[in-house]
Design a protein around this ligand. Structure first.
Ligand code: VG1
Ligand code: CO
Length: 544
């Protein structure tokens, strides 16, 4: 294998965000851009010679090109084996599982998740460590530091690898194994859920199903698991062919972007169960006939019913949620007397808690839920979890949700996103909010009295690391909250996210529309952050 040390010029914008480095494809196509970042990752890691690296992505535009480049850099840097999903495909949770199952040193996942794909859209790359989870902040900070100084990368002159044929090939000291991207993951799902019961419920017609793969990675996974293994009809899958540009859509599972699914679930002859997943397969949206389950409620309901699922029959050791996620799961944890942890946004903060056995289940308001079975959030796993619940409880999705609210109360919740705000304006909003914080406690706004106003800082209870400036929180005496933070996954300008919640214990008032029930808090949020005033916008780009 001929290895060349190639001279390169450092870029100054390779700082990973909430979930890896995400940029426009055109940025990644600049000379040496991808090469620099991959070499910066390898330069920051130790003792990987002869070890295994897992490689795969969500199939978006540039995926195959990037994989061929990464193979050559990994070969030149001395990895012993590369395990690659056929066609360069691996969903994020499947990649996490494969790293763990084959005891790999780590993995590179190529994805920009729910961001659109195509030559003018987004691409991304993320490094996962040996527990299968996203690299913690001390790693990503090191990658960035290295990328600022890098002046050479290593490159092996080998032929492009045939990514489409399953099997093993040897190139000098490097073994390259192309695997079926679905089988290991499908086997894992079978070990967690009651597939026999699911098959009965689906084939008998008790559960009718609609799954929207959003022209992204979960198509092949859903086909194998839902159709081939569980007997759902092929028509129960829509947008099941992965496309490089996701059919020109945002592969983001919410009511706005999964509109075909939403329409059918709210039509008179809706199926009993509907779900969608995102570009890289780690998010989930759960719906039933005439109902949409908010992700924060979904997490709480899963925690409350986990003992009904074979893998969690012994109960949960604890749960965790990201800070902006509603406090619904906290109520379940309190009632079951198990710990509940509050972490910053992003899956990398759950890894230590899962590894230490402190939690079994965790989730985020952004359509992400997961458990200790992998170290990523997992879209299809959440879908199977809910299907298993419906099958065991023999209740509709709506009944399960309403019964949960009756028992625990409802945390009415919404999130408003203002996308592509000019960065200086977004930064000014944050500065303004920071200045406001000390003046707020004890102030009265109608029925809302400010109890605390601060900026969230997290101390990891396992390794003691501290992550500060993780979102601005304003909490009220009645338990309501408004949270502001800037997105760390966007690629254009800045995205301001506003998270709003209010607890409602009165069952007679549980059926309200969230936007209506939260109207006063929504107005207060504007009063505090002035996003409309400062941007001239009249409404958010996305409301979930
Ligand atoms: C968003 C979500 C966050 C999630 C992250 C990655 O981050 O809010 O909860 O973990 O995306 O999900 P941000 O910084 O834009 O708010 V995915 O499915 O993009 O890997
Ligand atoms: Co995702």
């Amino acid at each position: 294998m001929q290895i060349e040390t190639i001279t390169t010029t450092a870029y100054n914008d390779q700082n990973p965000g909430t979930s890896g480095l995400r940029k426009k494809v055109k940025v990644f196509q600049q000379p040496g851009y991808l090469e620099n970042f991959v070499q910066s990752i390898f330069d920051s890691l130790e003792d990987y010679t002869d070890k295994t690296l897992v490689l795969g992505g969500d199939g978006r535009y540039f995926n195959r090109v990037a994989i061929q480049i990464i193979i050559k850099i990994a070969a030149a840097n001395g990895f012993g084996e590369l395990i690659i999903g056929q066609g360069g495909l691996l969903s994020t949770p499947a990649a996490s599982h494969i790293i763990r199952k084959y005891q790999a040193f780590g993995g590179l996942i190529l994805s920009a998740s729910h961001n659109p794909g195509g030559p003018d859209e987004d691409f991304g790359i993320k490094y996962n460590v040996s527990n299968g989870g996203p690299a913690p902040e001390k790693y990503t900070a090191a990658f960035y530091q290295r990328s600022l100084a890098i002046d050479t990368y290593e490159y092996a002159h080998i032929a492009d690898v045939d990514l489409d044929s399953i099997g093993t090939q040897q190139i000098d000291n490097l073994k390259i194994t192309i695997i079926d991207p679905v089988s290991d993951y499908a086997e894992l799902m079978q070990s967690i859920f009651d597939f026999k019961l699911l098959k009965q419920s689906i084939s008998s017609g008790y559960i009718t199903l609609l799954f929207d793969a959003m022209s992204a990675i979960t198509g092949p996974y859903a086909k194998r698991i839902l159709v081939d293994m569980l007997g759902a009809s092929p028509e129960s899958l829509i947008n099941a062919e992965p496309l490089e540009d996701f059919g020109g859509h945002h592969p983001d599972p919410n009511l706005a972007h999964a509109h075909e699914l939403a329409e059918r679930m709210f039509s008179p002859d809706a199926p009993t169960f509907g779900a969608a997943s995102d570009g890289d397969g780690d998010r989930n949206m759960i719906t039933g006939s005439q109902i949409f389950v908010t992700p924060s409620d979904s997490l709480a309901i899963m925690a409350a019913n986990a003992h009904l699922i074979p893998a969690y029959a012994q109960g949960l050791s604890g749960v965790a949620r990201s800070m902006p996620t509603s406090q619904a799961v906290d109520r379940v944890a309190a009632s079951y007397n198990i710990p509940c942890y509050e972490t910053p946004t992003g899956w990398k903060f759950f890894g230590n808690l899962l590894d230490a056995g402190k939690i079994t289940l965790c989730g985020e308001e952004s359509f992400g839920t997961g458990s200790n079975h992998v170290r990523e959030k997992d879209g299809l796993w959440a879908v199977l979890f809910w299907l298993n619940l419906v099958a065991v409880k023999r209740q509709s999705v709506a009944d399960i949700v309403h019964e949960h609210w009756q028992k625990f109360g409802r945390d009415i919740y919404c999130r408003h996103d203002y996308e592509a705000v000019e960065t200086p304006i977004a930064n000014a909003i944050v500065t303004h909010l920071r200045d406001l914080l000390p003046t707020l406690p004890c102030q009265v706004f109608g029925e809302y009295i400010v109890k605390y106003a601060d900026e969230f800082s997290y101390e990891d209870s396992v390794d003691g690391s501290i992550s500060s400036q993780q979102g601005i929180r304003i909490g009220f005496e009645n338990g309501s909250r408004i949270v502001f933070r800037l997105s760390g996954t966007g690629t254009v300008g800045a995205t301001l996210r506003i998270y709003i919640e209010r607890f409602e214990s009165d069952a007679a008032r549980h059926q309200q529309d969230a936007q209506v029930a939260l109207a006063e808090l929504i107005d207060l949020a504007e009063q505090f952050c002035e996003v409309k005033k400062r941007t001239g916008r009249t409404e958010p780009d996305v409301m979930t």
